[in-house]
Design a protein around this ligand. Structure first.
Ligand code: HMG
Length: 392
């Protein structure tokens, strides 16, 4: 049976931090960020915009009423959870008005979990062909002001509707995963920001790529010549570029190498503007590729490298479907340009603000810009969300 991504949507914040401004303030050569990391802007979330509002916005941008009546599973993949018990998917299920007889869960393994969610969705639809599964990858990547990870922050969400006979990408039944119990990046329950062994994490990313790709090629008797594009987890685009160079096969015809190179460039355009959105970043790369590539056609195969610290990596593949272009946007970069730039001082206040709860667990917030959904207040420790145009 053909199962895969029928629709894909994206949401990010209404504020940005320009990398040149950050570089000036931190006394760093701006080229370090623009050329060394390949980043231009980062999306910055105020306290009223979190994984629930971003996830709901990304999904809201693609779902029809008919989808909402048919979806029977909502999976939110995240490492920026707002609750240790209640799944983010339950809030989003409610905000979107999805029919009640659905399963709603949250999944975690750093930046890898959306890949596992997508595979679970594929298996579910294979077993129940009339089902539709909503997979949402949503994260806010916060490392802290003046930390080495600061220039690789970001926030955003990618939502994907998984169905039979999808209109964008077939998910193929071939993948290789790899697990290594390592401490490259982790966030204990008592910390709002992660602990990071930055250089070690980049080495692990590249080595997991090399070894998983070698195993994938061996198991499925395939090579780069069978793929038109390779999408990578994008903690920052420069690392993916190093990964791309690592897997490049110089014996391929020059034209094929150039096609892969052009598609790689297309896949990093959105991340350059948004920063790291953790588990959604691989799929933001897919969206960026599909909406900006000039050389993709139905039947083309795309390889994906998913990496989540801790660490789990996976290589899987998809095949483009006839008419995939009709499901996409062409104005995404212009929309990203509409975000409001923040001074570094305002970013520091806004991005790291924490709720000031009174003795009864209530908190209210200043009126920040958000997408179509917002965290309205906290009442007796309950987070209350709604559409931005609703009064309550
Ligand atoms: P850093 O201190 O910026 O590193 O930390 P750097 O000094 O090596 O500089 C970075 C690059 O800028 C280098 O390029 C420099 O040469 C270059 P490279 O040599 O690597 O090609 N550079 C310049 N270029 C032009 N002009 C200049 C200039 N100066 C320097 N003047 C680091 C970088 C990634 C360690 C840091 O940003 C960090 O800790 N980030 C967070 C961790 C991270 O993103 N790790 C990625 C792999 S782990 C992963 O992907 C998982 C993750 O997404 C989390 C999850 O799974 O949940 C993070």
């Amino acid at each position: 049976m053909n199962v895969g991504i029928d629709k894909i949507g994206f949401a990010t914040t209404q504020y940005l931090l320009n990398m040149d401004d950050l570089a000036k303030e931190r006394g760093v050569d701006p080229d370090k960020y623009s050329k060394g990391l390949l980043l231009e802007n980062l999306s910055i979330a105020p306290i009223t915009e979190d994984i629930i509002t971003l996830g709901a916005s990304a999904a809201d941008s693609i779902l029809s009423d008919e989808d909402k009546e048919t979806i029977d599973m909502v999976i939110v993949a995240t490492e920026s959870s707002i609750d240790q018990s209640k799944a983010a998917a339950t809030y989003i299920h409610h905000l979107l008005g999805i029919q009640p007889f659905a399963r709603s869960i949250e999944m975690k393994e750093a930046c890898y979990s959306a890949t596992a969610a997508l595979d679970y969705a594929r298996l579910h639809v294979e077993k129940h062909p009339d089902s539709k599964v909503l997979v949402i990858a949503a994260d806010v990547a916060r490392y802290g002001a003046n930390t080495p990870g600061e220039p690789t922050q970001g926030a955003g969400s990618v939502a994907m509707l998984v169905t039979q006979n999808p209109r964008i990408l077939l998910l193929n039944d071939n993948s290789v995963a790899q697990t290594r119990d390592i401490m490259d990046f982790w966030r204990p329950n008592y910390s709002t920001t992660p602990y990071v062994n930055g250089m070690y994490s980049t080495k692990q990313y590249l080595d997991m790529l090399k070894t998983t790709w070698a195993e994938f090629q061996k198991r499925f008797d395939t090579s780069l010549a069978d793929f038109s594009a390779f999408c990578f987890h994008l903690p920052f685009p420069k690392l993916a570029l190093k990964g791309f160079r690592k897997i490049m096969d110089k014996s391929l015809p020059t034209q094929w190498q150039e096609k892969l190179q052009a598609n790689f460039e297309s896949s990093i355009l959105y991340s350059k503007q948004v920063g790291n959105i953790y588990t959604g970043s691989l799929f933001l790369g897919l969206l960026s590729l599909l909406e900006n590539s000039q050389n993709l056609a139905a039947g083309d195969r795309i390889a994906f490298f998913s990496y989540g610290s801790g660490a789990v990596a996976e290589i899987f593949t998809g095949t483009l479907v006839d008419g995939f272009q009709e499901q996409l946007h062409s104005s995404r970069l212009q929309e990203l340009n509409q975000r409001q730039p923040l001074s570094v001082a305002t970013y520091e206040k806004l991005f790291f603000e924490e709720a000031q709860l009174d003795a009864d667990g209530n908190a209210t917030f200043a009126d920040y810009l958000t997408g179509p959904f917002a965290l309205k207040e906290i009442l007796g420790h309950e987070r209350l969300y709604g559409r931005t145009n609703d009064k309550n």
